[in-house]
Design a protein around this ligand. Structure first.
Ligand code: UDP
Length: 251
C-alpha cells in the first residue's frame, strides 16, 4: 500500500483520454485502461471523485464557431460528458469497482442527479463518483466543473490528468525549447496570461486555495504516484514560487 497524503482527490479527465487510437468518440479499450488506473487508486482506500470532459465528442466553442447558439452548443458539450461518464462507469463496473454516475443536468434514466451530500456519502462508502455535465451551466468548461466540485466535496487536491507531462511555457509539441514548470503560482498564471484552464476555474481555484497538479495520465503509474503525493508534472498553488523543472534549486 502506498502512503498517501490525500484522503479524497478530484480527478479531472479530458474527454480525449477516451479516444485511444481514434480521432473521434470513445474507444472501449481506452475506457478499460482508464478504469484500471482509477482502480489502482481506489485500492489504496483513497476516495476518488472524477469529472470527465467531452472534447472527444463535442465542445461548445467549436459548435458555436460553426453557427450553433453558444449556450445550445455548450449544453450539447455537456451531453457529451454524460456519454463519456457512462462509458467510464461501465468500465469501472466491469473492473469491479463500486461506482456511481451523477449528472449536473437531470437525466435520471442514466445518471443520478448531482447532489452534493449524496456524492459525499458515496465517497465515504468507498464508491468512485463520476460527475458528468460539468457545472450544468453553459459558458464554462469541465475545468470549472472540476474546480467547483473539488471545493464543494472538500477534495484535498485537484488532479488534472492530461496528454503532456505538466505545464510548459510554450506548446512542447511545436516548441522543442519549451520548459516545464515544476511549480507554478496562481498569481503567475494570471500575470503571465498562461492558458492552462478556463478563467472561471482559475479564479475559483485561486480564490479558494485549491491546489492543482497537472500530470500525464497514461505514463506508467503516474496517477498512483500523483495521489501518493509525488510532485510529478506541475504543482499549481498559492503557496509555491514559480520554478522550472530544469532550474537548479536555490541554496
Ligand atoms: N460544458 C459546459 N459547462 C460545463 C462543462 C462543460 O458548457 O460546466 C460544455 C462546454 O461546451 C465544453 C464541453 O461541455 O466545451 C465539453 O467539456 P470540455 O471542453 O471541458 O471537455 P474536455 O476538454 O475536458 O474533454
Amino acid at each position: 500500500m502506498v502512503s498517501s497524503c490525500y484522503q479524497r482527490v478530484m480527478l479531472k479527465i479530458t474527454g480525449e483520454s477516451l479516444l485511444g487510437e481514434r480521432e473521434y468518440g470513445i474507444d472501449p479499450a481506452a475506457a478499460r485502461n482508464l478504469a484500471q488506473k482509477i482502480k489502482a487508486v481506489w485500492q489504496q482506500h483513497i476516495q476518488v471523485a472524477v469529472v470527465i470532459g467531452g472534447g472527444n465528442i463535442f465542445r461548445g466553442i467549436a459548435g458555436s464557431k460553426n453557427g450553433i447558439d453558444r449556450a445550445t452548443a455548450d449544453y450539447m458539450g455537456m451531453l457529451a460528458t454524460v456519454m463519456n461518464g457512462m462509458a467510464l462507469e461501465d468500465a469501472l463496473i466491469k473492473a469491479e469497482v463500486p461506482v456511481r454516475l451523477q449528472s449536473a443536468l437531470t437525466m435520471t434514466s442514466v445518471a443520478e442527479p448531482f447532489l452534493r451530500k449524496r456524492a459525499i456519502h458515496h465517497l465515504e462508502k468507498g464508491r468512485v463518483v463520476i460527475l458528468s455535465a460539468g457545472t450544468g451551466n453553459p459558458y464554462v468548461t469541465t475545468d470549472t466543473g472540476a474546480s467547483l466540485h473539488a471545493l464543494e466535496l472538500h477534495c484535498d487536491v485537484l488532479m488534472k490528468a492530461t496528454k503532456v507531462d505538466g505545464v510548459y511555457d510554450a506548446d512542447p509539441t511545436t516548441h522543442p525549447q519549451a520548459r516545464r514548470y515544476q511549480t507554478l503560482s496562481y498569481r503567475d498564471i494570471v500575470t503571465q496570461h498562461l492558458d492552462i484552464m478556463d478563467q472561471a476555474a482559475l479564479s475559483m481555484s485561486m480564490d479558494n486555495d485549491l491546489t492543482t497538479q497537472v500530470f500525464e495520465l497514461f505514463a506508467g503509474d503516474n496517477l498512483l504516484r500523483a495521489v501518493s503525493g509525488e510532485p510529478i508534472g506541475t504543482v499549481i498553488s498559492n503557496h509555491v514560487e514559480t520554478k522550472f523543472a530544469d532550474e537548479p534549486s536555490k541554496k
